[in-house]
Write a protein that binds this ligand. Structure first.
Ligand SMILES: NC(=O)c1ccc[n+]([C@@H]2O[C@H](COP(=O)([O-])OP(=O)(O)OC[C@H]3O[C@@H](n4cnc5c(N)ncnc54)[C@H](O)[C@@H]3O)[C@@H](O)[C@H]2O)c1
Ligand SMILES: [Zn+2]
Ligand SMILES: [Zn+2]
Length: 361
């Protein structure tokens, strides 16, 4: 029997989201239905509502979720009813040119459910990032449901499904931060603070948090930044050089998604250092860098999609670190809210008042 549940829907560009009855089909081959317990509010959900991702309205929003597997379709072997899972927007296909070459974290054909969830009148919904988890139940590809320790709080665990994993992975996977490295993180929101956490876990000796908002810098120190710089009053490139013996950092992570902050990251790194772009720019943005500097500084200019994570490998590891008290996932949960409160949470997010609001169901 299909499920009728409440879900948060963006019906048209810019219109406030509404809580509506949606229909979730029984899981088909390779699909699972998950009873969502908690789902974080991410900037990407707001981008969907604003029509900045695509125009496939109506969207079922929400994609940073944890919950319990309710039912599995035919051929599902990785999870069973009753398992506690975190949902991932990357489910490697195993067949594409990247998976076949042993790099599933770049998978170019990631799996999603083949059936569609709908509004009560049958209108098909587009689930945000192929998930759609501001809903009491959601339908996903089995590979998107990653089993983790059930001892984790759902409101904290769900956050590794997007922004926190993107930041951790930007440092640990893409940036390859290792013992004794110096690291700068530009933009200390949810993603940037996760990058600071990742740099600390990887053994960085110096971690410099840079932001334009003192409140964010206070959070950065809480997550382990050894130094912070407010770039409205201090030139961040000069400050980073001063803090690193005049050289610059080994790894500079951009977690804003703007040309000026990318250029700061570019010039704040040491020779042979690495720049990691994890912030998402909009299509109109351009950068202008002297090509001789690109050559002369050597090193690597990299982008980080979802922290180059492999959910089946990384989610259980991150949850174990959290349960051992080595990673403060709870620190990212600024508040818990009800399913009808997402619109107000978008406003608090835009005012910079929260790292994450988390819908609890
Ligand atoms: N690559 C990925 O897979 C991935 C995944 C999730 C999110 N993201 C992107 O990461 C970025 C950050 O996301 P978030 O959730 O942390 O957002 P956020 O709004 O919580 O954080 C952004 C931070 O940047 C700061 N900031 C803004 N302008 C700045 C400037 N000029 N200099 C320094 N700091 C500045 C803000 O004060 C804020 O603290 C976004 O672009 C988001 O789309 C990327
Ligand atoms: Zn693939
Ligand atoms: Zn997200």
């Amino acid at each position: 029997m299909p499920y009728e549940v409440q879900g948060v829907v963006a019906r048209s560009e810019g219109a406030p989201v509404t809580t509506e009855t949606i229909v979730v089909p029984d899981p088909g081959v390779g699909e699972v239905v998950v009873r969502v317990q908690a789902c974080g509010v991410c900037h990407t959900d707001l981008h969907y509502r604003e029509g900045a991702i695509n125009d496939e309205f109506p969207f079922l929003l929400g994609h940073e979720a944890a919950g319990i597997v309710d039912a599995v379709g035919a051929g599902v072997g990785n999870v069973a009813a009753g398992d506690f899972v975190v949902l991932a927007w990357r489910a490697p296909c195993g067949q594409c040119r990247s998976c076949r070459r042993g790099r599933p974290w770049y998978c170019f054909d990631s799996g999603n459910a083949s059936q569609r969830m709908t509004l009560a009148d049958g209108t098909e919904l587009s689930p945000a990032l192929g998930i759609g988890a501001f809903a009491e139940r959601t339908l996903v590809h089995a590979g998107q449901a990653v089993k983790v320790s059930p001892e984790a709080r759902p409101e904290a665990a769900g956050l590794i499904g997007c922004g926190v994993m993107a930041g951790l992975g930007a440092a640990m996977n893409t940036g390859g931060v290792s013992r004794g490295d110096s690291v700068a993180v530009i933009g200390c929101g949810g993603v940037g603070n996760a990058a600071i956490t990742g740099a600390r876990l990887a053994g960085a000796a110096i971690v410099i948090g840079i932001d334009i908002d003192d409140r964010k810098l206070e959070w950065a120190r809480k997550f382990g930044a050894t130094h912070t710089v407010n770039s409205t009053s201090t030139d961040p490139v000069v400050a980073v050089r001063e803090l690193t013996g005049g050289f610059g950092v080994d790894v500079a992570i951009e977690a804003v998604g703007r040309p000026e902050t990318y250029e700061q990251a570019f010039f704040a790194r040491d020779l042979a250092g690495t720049v990691v772009l994890v912030g998402v720019p909009d299509p109109s943005m351009r950068i202008d860098l002297p090509l001789i500097e690109v050559f002369g500084r050597g090193g690597a200019l990299k982008s980080s999609w979802y922290g180059d994570c492999l959910p089946s490998r990384d989610f259980p590891m991150v949850i174990d670190l959290y349960l051992q008290g080595r990673l403060d996932l709870d620190g990212f949960v600024s508040e818990t809210i009800g399913i009808a409160d997402v619109e107000e949470a978008f406003e608090r997010m835009e005012r910079g008042e929260v790292l994450r609001s988390v819908v609890v169901m």
